[in-house]
Each structure stands twice: as C-alpha cells, then as structure tokens.
Unconditional design. Sequence first.
Length: 316
Amino acid sequence: MAILTTKIPEEMAGMRLDQCLAEIFPDYSRSKLQTWIKAGRVTVNKAPLKAKDKVDGGEEVELDAEAEEVLEYEAENIPLEIVYEDDALLIVNKPAGLVVHPAVGNWQGTLVNALLNHNPSLKTLPRAGIVHRLDKDTSGLLMVAKTLQAHNSLSTQLQKRTIVREYLALVKGWMTAGGTVDEPLGRHPNDRKRHTVRDDGKHAVTHYRLEQRFKRHTLVRVKLETGRTHQIRVHMAYIQYPLVGDQVYAGRFQMLANCGENLETILRAFKRQALHATRLGLQHPETNEYCEWEQAMPDDMVELIQAIEQDDLDKA
C-alpha cells in the first residue's frame, strides 16, 4: 500500500472526480482509479466521494494506491552505473545507445530490463519507477523512484517544473550569446518519429547559455523549463544551431571544409547527437531536502571536443 496525497488544481473545478484523478495520476488507468474510488480508497478533504461527483478545485486528495505488478517485462543482467541510491530514490548515469523503455523493436536490452534485474520490486511501479526519459542516444543522469510515494513526489515536481535538468550540447556553428527558445512542439505532420515547431503544439521552453566556443562549433549548457520529446534537439535545430551528430534534425551529414584528418575521422564515427544530461536537482521525496548531482561528459563527447580544439589550434 502507498498513500499518495496532492491538491486538486483550481483549474480543474467542475470536473468529475475520476476525470480529475486521471489527469493528476496519469500512471493509473481511469478504470483502476474508479475501482479505488468505489472501494473507498480515495478521499477528498478526508471524505469519500463518488467517481461522478464534481470537484471545486483546491481540495486535498488522498489516494491509497495498491502496490501490484504492473509490468510484464523481464529482468536482464545489464550493467547499471548507479550514481546514488537510497530506499526511495535511484539516480543512474545512462550511457548513449541504451533505450529507456521497451517498445516495438526494443523489447529487450533496455534500461527498464536492467532496473528490474537490479530491483525486482520496481515491477509494482508505473514504468519501473522512471518518471522522465532520455532519448536512446542521449547520455547522462536519470532519476528513478523506488516507491509509489516517491514516484508521486517526483512526478508532481516535474509538473510544477521545480526539478533542475541541465544538459551539455555541442552544436554546429559559432554562437554569439545565450538565449531562450519559447516555441510549441508537436509531431511532424509527415513523419511520426520526428517532432517539430508548430502553432498547435505543446508549450516548450529551452534556455541555453554559452559554455565554450570554438571556431565552427559551440558547447552550450541547456536548461529545460518543460520536457517535451526531442525538445533540445528540435529547438536548437530551429534556431539554426543543430546538435553535432544528430541524424534526425541536423540534416544531411556534411564534412567541414578544410577539416583535419583526425577530426574528420572522429566526426564520421560520431553517430549520435552530442547531448549529455549533466546536472539533476530535486527535492528528496522523503526528506524534502534539495539534492543535486552532476555527471561529467562521457568519453566520446570529450574526445570529440578535444579533436575540435586541436583542429582549431592547427589552423590558428
């Protein structure tokens, strides 16, 4: 059992209780929530209500959620680089190339399979406790809840945008200053695997500042205000600074003019977007203390940047 508590947002006034809970607790189906409401496992301001009852907004909700097996995926002995772990929380450093969730084409060999091997009890949590994700070819810090209470806390912090998520991205081009991209994102109309800036998309805000400039590249530190799919990759490409190695949003690969042999070799071999989740900060779900972790760039990005630096020196 796990007691999850939250406050109904004021903007949900007038909604049915089951509709409201389905939005507040998206990891549980509406039918499951209706079953729990009927069983008296949900209280609103300490009183039970029916699924069809309307809410006023601002009420305190308490959900007595069952810990039941919700995943059918198999545990696999896949190495995990654990940065931090306690009874409520797990922080991992995900390598590039590792898919986070099983899906068509990747039912095995994912982070979820590795997590279930590390801690089988995660089978009782939505998405094995994962509350946010990184693209397959993005490396870096990712948080995992180990209890329903922790999962609810981290999900709420994400919704309130209080979790700090910073990335290092190597982009094409010489940037003159940092800035903010505030452009809505949605699926590409002609390619369901891609996303794009579109007027009817979801609100998306990306802040970026200069970390290091090279002659034809820039290393930027990116801070997410929202967390849309492919957000950094799409926003950077939108402002004409696509990520190095991004085979989806950077356009057709073109070698730099007058590129040195070493840099050319490394660029041709770099087959992923140069993006690393370097910093993660959150309020601990049990102690309420602010916790923060920082993870240095992986070897492939370090090697690429060193090659760019050397190439710039050779041409100075």
